[in-house]
Design a protein around this ligand. Structure first.
Ligand code: AMP
Ligand code: MG
Length: 397
């Protein structure tokens, strides 16, 4: 494994092979977390009418200041049919139609009330407290662009703009295959030499979060025939993610099995720690990731590479990973040939996000990693990063 690729080159090679899947029409709420295939446009002007921003009185600005008579009222959803004549005002509620003839709203707190009239003590500007028709968006204008992910805010915006269904890329079908004779499912009794299989549930959680439909294949022992049979099943999806068995040991069979089954290797080995022996290949459009078995290695590789691939398959314009900037709180030694991904806790301070690596940075220490909420990138090089150095980090969720 002499030719390690860099993290950025590995990601580029992966994204170049992650072609967008076809799209389908989905109801608005089901689009949560998915990627828009076509830009969604407003079907109405929003607001659809000049709308009052306050509880108060609709006025003609030119009539103010002055004493004006109250001739009617307009409540939210109950507009008045009357229009405003000079010298008149109409009581309006927040969200009510500002009647024809009015060009401003005086808040109720700013007027003196007499029986059927009000005193407006000072001049009101034209347009004050009126939300103009189409002031948020006009019918036909873009609300959410193709390639964007649909979150709660986008769902609210699209519902408000009259959109009920969205064209979204199909959810990628991801199959997970854990390899290792030592693996038992959580809940089973452990024999001597055995451990719980923790990568599949973790990877499923990571990938579901970005819209994948995940199927967990039965874990396989380090046996070539068993592995080949289940590996072949895994190739039927859009993405196959294996874990374990991808290093240089006698029982590491993933790479050779992939090659027997016609997977074209794109790279094997990334200049990073943890996660170095990562394998990536393609078979008939199916992306194949061979993740190292150590749980933290699997996590890092999933965050850095598999998650962006799943988003790219959905046509995301920014598949990530979503690096952010922070500073490292304690010195970090740099490895000469490999970038480090440290598990760290983040804190928001007046000077930005400060990242403190958690104790226990070995790649099997998944419970230590669970104390972290960030992966900090320490670029390879000489010496160390001093405390306070700017670094990029990825949020773990
Ligand atoms: P491997 O990559 O197969 O050499 O495995 C490296 C380390 O990760 C070994 O200690 C394995 O027991 C452990 N490991 C492999 N697969 C899993 C898994 N699915 N869940 C938890 N630990 C694993
Ligand atoms: Mg193994």
């Amino acid at each position: 494994m002499s030719d390690l690729v860099t993290i950025d080159d590995a990601l580029e090679a992966i994204l170049a092979r992650a072609r967008s899947l076809e799209s389908e029409l989905v109801p608005l709420l089901e689009a949560h977390g998915r990627v828009l295939a076509h830009t969604a446009v407003a079907t109405i002007d929003l607001p659809p009418f000049p709308s009052s921003a306050m509880d108060g009185f609709a006025v003609r600005a030119a009539d103010t200041p002055g004493r004006l008579s109250v001739t009617g009222s307009s409540a939210a959803g109950r507009p008045t049919s009357a229009s405003l004549a000079p010298g008149e005002v109409i009581a309006v509620a927040t969200g009510a139609v500002v009647p024809e003839g009015a060009d401003a709203v005086v808040p109720i707190e700013h007027v003196l009330y007499h029986d059927n009239s009000i005193e407006v003590p000072s001049a009101v500007a034209v347009g004050a407290n009126v939300r103009p028709r189409g002031g948020d968006v006009a019918a036909g204008e873009d609300v959410v662009s193709a390639g964007a992910r649909v979150g709660a805010v986008q769902i609210g915006a699209l519902a408000a703009a009259g959109v009920t269904d969205l064209e979204c890329a199909r959810r990628p079908r991801v199959r997970l295959l854990s390899t290792g004779t030592e693996l038992r499912r959580p809940g089973e009794a452990l024999g001597h030499g055995e451990i719980y299989e923790s990568n599949a549930p973790m990877l499923e959680a990571v990938l579901r979060g970005v819209g994948a439909v995940v199927e967990v294949l039965p874990p396989v022992e380090d046996d070539p025939d068993e592995l080949r049979a289940t590996f072949a099943e895994g190739l039927a999806g859009n993405v196959l993610v294996t874990s374990g068995g991808v290093s240089v040991g006698a029982h590491d069979l993933v790479r050779s099995t992939g090659s027997e089954l016609g997977v074209d290797e794109v790279f094997w080995g990334v200049a990073m720690r943890p996660g170095k022996p990562l394998f990536f290949g393609v078979r008939d459009g199916t992306l194949v990731f061979g993740l190292p078995g150590n749980p933290v290695s699997s996590l890092v590789a999933a965050m850095l590479f598999v998650r962006p691939a799943v988003l790219a398959l959905q046509g995301a314009s920014d598949p990530g990973p979503g690096w952010a900037d922070g500073t490292i709180a304690t010195p970090a030694r740099r490895a000469p040939l490999r970038d480090d991904l440290l598990r760290a806790r983040s804190a928001v301070t007046p000077d930005g996000v400060v990242l403190t690596p958690v104790p226990g940075q070995e790649s099997h220490m998944i419970t230590r990693a669970a104390l972290a909420d960030a992966l900090v990138h320490v670029p390879r090089g000489d010496g160390e990063l001093a405390a306070g150095t700017r670094v990029r980090y990825l949020r773990l969720d």
